[in-house]
Design a protein around this ligand. Structure first.
Ligand code: SF4
Length: 193
């Protein structure tokens, strides 16, 4: 059977839920529905690295976007993505297609359509402070830091890559949306040939 020459980039925890902040994931290992869909479509999967795990380890707390919005973290996100950018350029030069990138909505790092923010940080000595800080958490309809830095690098290299934000809180709907996204992007890629 001939290879499809099609791939998607997946944020790390789609294939390895163990990288998530402890207590957050409801998946045992991988999000099987994403994998099944991509296998069915004959699309290869490129697993991106998890910037939070690499920078802060598996014992990290759940954090918000403003805590990751530092020059160091942004630079680190760019460094992590560069080897993948090199792969994309080589694949694309040789007739392979990158259908898109699938991120995780709600994540301060990998969110596509939404992320989370709040007045977070400092000492957490008493339960009052704890509650006060939790009450400041809000949804922001913007991208996470890693995705922003990926977009910046893609723009600098004149690469357009469609993005899809997976919503783990309503997975069934989200997988239907992912199927549509893939079908639309596949048809636009074949129209552009
Ligand atoms: S959303 Fe991104 S940063 Fe968070 S666990 Fe998944 S890959 Fe890591």
């Amino acid at each position: 059977m001939e290879r499809s020459k099609k791939m998607v980039l997946l944020c790390h925890c789609i294939l390895n839920a163990n990288s998530k902040v402890e207590g957050l994931s409801r998946f045992q290992g991988a999000i099987g529905e994403v994998v099944t869909l991509l296998i069915e479509k004959g699309i290869g999967m490129i697993q991106l690295p998890c910037p939070e795990l690499l920078n802060h380890g598996i014992k990290r707390w759940g954090q918000v976007k403003s805590q990751f919005d530092t020059p160091y973290y942004r630079e680190s996100c760019q460094q992590l993505f560069k080897p993948y950018l090199h792969q994309l350029k080589d694949y694309m030069k040789n007739g392979y297609e990158i259908v898109g990138l699938v991120g995780i909505n709600g994540s301060p790092t990998c969110g596509i359509n939404r992320t989370c923010d709040g007045v977070w940080g400092g000492e957490w000595k008493t339960s009052d402070v704890w509650k006060e800080k939790i009450d400041t958490i809000e949804v922001k309809y913007e991208k996470g830091v890693f995705i922003e830095e990926i977009q910046e690098l893609l723009k600098l290299n004149n690469i357009e890559l469609p993005l899809y934000g997976l919503d783990e809180s309503c997975l069934e709907e989200s997988i239907k949306g992912l199927r549509l996204f893939i079908e639309m992007e596949e048809s636009s890629l074949s129209n552009n040939k």
